[in-house]
Write a protein that binds this ligand. Structure first.
Ligand code: KMH
Ligand code: ZN
Length: 270
């Protein structure tokens, strides 16, 4: 098995300080949290940013400043979000890809998202994939439900996605695929041979799905975007605390965590 890549999704678009008072919001806070996560064993961050009021934004200038501060502090891989927040336009969401980050997310389908809808029309998926090709940015395919794997396969056939792909199975979103063991095994079997994958379990599914991924040879995403608790009713002290637990469990199971450069090699970034 490859070494384990831990991705920290530290900010998200929906979480607030009411959900967890330790949520990083400003570029400086996000950069410091990224360094802590790196020291705890993360090799990648999935990056959302906020405006000065703490609301989600895809403003390229905020991304630029945040990435600059992160790179000042550590060597972690930065994967920008193109999902942004529910209701944002495609043009708004695609902006950070123009900064040529190492990776960016690409959701390959629409999904009910709690009471809302996270809209990804097929023409917009092609637009995002083409833009990532143009800017030389490797996508992480965000899979919220099974059919999204099939859409990714269709994009490979059209030449809009280059293999090997890296998938992230976001499981347990109300409206998306449930975070069960059977579903994770099913998704891992569906993706094209030679792909890499990680799992992001939402809420209480985060830890058990992460433990499955460690055993299956997949990779793991944790962080406040998906889960603000350390255990039932107990808010996590930091994103790094969630990363540290995964690194510890993986170590106990004989699976070392990847450094950012090792992760770059596993993902074909270098
Ligand atoms: N905030 C969600 C609606 C991504 O970052 O690519 C979408 C999301 C996916 O977070
Ligand atoms: Zn996200």
């Amino acid at each position: 098995m490859d070494k384990l890549i831990i991705t920290a999704a530290m900010v998200g678009a929906e979480v607030t300080r009411k959900n967890n008072p330790n949520l990083p919001l400003t570029p400086g806070e996000i950069a410091s949290a990224a360094k802590e996560c790196r020291e705890a064993g993360a090799s990648m961050i999935h990056l959302h940013v906020r405006d000065p009021q703490g609301n989600p934004t895809q403003d390229i200038a905020v991304f630029q400043e945040t990435i600059r501060l992160i790179k000042d502090r550590c060597d972690i891989i930065v994967q920008v979000s193109t999902g942004g927040a529910v209701g944002m336009s495609a043009d708004e969401r695609i902006q950070p890809v123009r900064l040529r980050p190492e990776m960016a997310t690409l959701s390959t389908g629409s999904v009910n998202f709690g009471p809302d809808i996270f809209v990804n029309s097929y023409p917009n998926i092609e637009y995002f994939a083409q833009t990532m090709l143009d800017y030389g940015v490797k996508p992480e395919i965000e899979v919220f439900d099974t059919g999204m794997v099939d859409t990714a396969k269709r994009l490979i056939k059209k030449g809009l996605l280059k293999t090997p792909l890296h998938f992230d199975f976001v499981m347990g979103v109300p409206g998306g695929i449930a975070g069960t063991a059977e579903n994770l095994v099913h998704l891992a079997r569906l993706i094209p041979e030679g792909s890499t994958w990680s799992v992001a379990g939402v809420g209480y599914t985060q830890l058990p799905l992460a433990m499955m991924a460690i055993a299956m040879g997949g990779h793991v995403r944790v962080g406040f975007e998906d889960n603000v608790y350390y255990s039932r009713g107990i808010p996590a002290k930091s994103n790094a605390q969630l990363v540290e637990r995964i690194a510890r469990i993986a170590g106990e199971a004989g699976r070392e965590t990847a450094t950012p450069d090792e992760a770059r090699r596993i993902l074909g970034l270098i």
